[in-house]
Design a protein around this ligand. Sequence first.
Ligand code: SAH
Length: 396
Amino acid sequence: MLKSIVLKTSRDKSILQKHPWIFSGALAKVPAGLQNGETVLVRSAEGHFLALAAWSEHSQISLRVWSFDETTAIDQKFFEQRIGQAVRRRERLGLPAQSNALRLIYGESDGLPGLIIDRYADQLVLQILSAGAEYQRQNIYNALQNVLPGLPVFERSDVDIRHREGLKNRRGTIAGAEPDGPVEINENGLKIWVDVLHGHKTGYYLDQRENRFLLGTSAKGKTVLNCFSYSGGFGLSALQGGAAHVTNLDLSTDALALLDKNMVLNNFTPDRYTNVAGDVFEVLRGYRDAGRQFDIIVLDPPKFADSRTHLPKALRGYKDINWLALRLLKPGGLLFTFSCSGLLEAPLFQKIIADAALDAGRSAQIVTRLGQSADHPVLLSFPEAAYLKGLVCQAD
Ligand code: SAH
């Protein structure tokens, strides 16, 4: 028998609109003895059934909805259905044809809050981010192996946000052999090594795939400055598109070492690229003082804001790098600028770029607006799933 959590009067509005989160302030009655992650019935103050959800004891997001249908059993079959559905959605979009690396499960958007599953060629990587998904993990492991049999699965549940859910980090092999090094994927015809054991996220930034491809289409004969390069992404795409020269810039020497291997893997000769280990904020100032200019500049920084308290500092950071980049662009040059901070909404991001241009004394136009790849879809009832935004600006 599932226990029930009752909401306060008229706090059922968002859940009736199929939003999958309920915050702690909306709860009227929580039964004693609930386990962290346990499935509960959510009821309105009037006692009506609203949803089946997972209880998160330590988070501000107290409940994450598994189903709005009272007859659903949250068991292995349920996860098989949802995982199967998500895989088929991506197949219908023809996504595997672009790349053999893609996000198969994107949490709430695929009806599976707190669960990420990425596929890198024949290697699956799984990440559990919420108490509810953690509670169900054996069902999830089993379901995944039934839907996609025979593929090795590695778990990378080693991210800080798990602490907010009262969960410790976990990493290790779930099925098959542990990868013995980076996994080779193919993205739009580029070969790329992905470090699923130690790399960022689950190993690679799949969310930027379509934007990397777009950059490639504008890069012929151009000089490109690829800031926050990680393992090469945009730089590889630029060279594939015929760029004359790419400067890759990142703080992490591990990332640059992998980038170098990726350049070799694609037979890009060292005269076509330079790798610089350094801080974008400092290196760009150096380039400005030296009067260096580029045809195309990519700014793909890490998340500067992970909480509202950090937002003002993050905004200054975004403005600073964009101001610098705009000063380094040749007349007619293109700026590909991104923010992956979900807390920074698109209109404010655009305003920051506008302010940066004003301060840099450059007139520029937005020519394309960008978002996250189609394997990171945004469920209409969960707009929070949209986090990556980008602008391509042409400067006069
Ligand atoms: N564009 C990449 C992903 C970038 S992730 C792709 O398409 O795959 C962000 C990267 O920024 C990380 O590799 C991190 O090491 C780097 N980074 C973070 N802060 C930095 C700084 N201040 N200067 C330079 N690199 C930084």
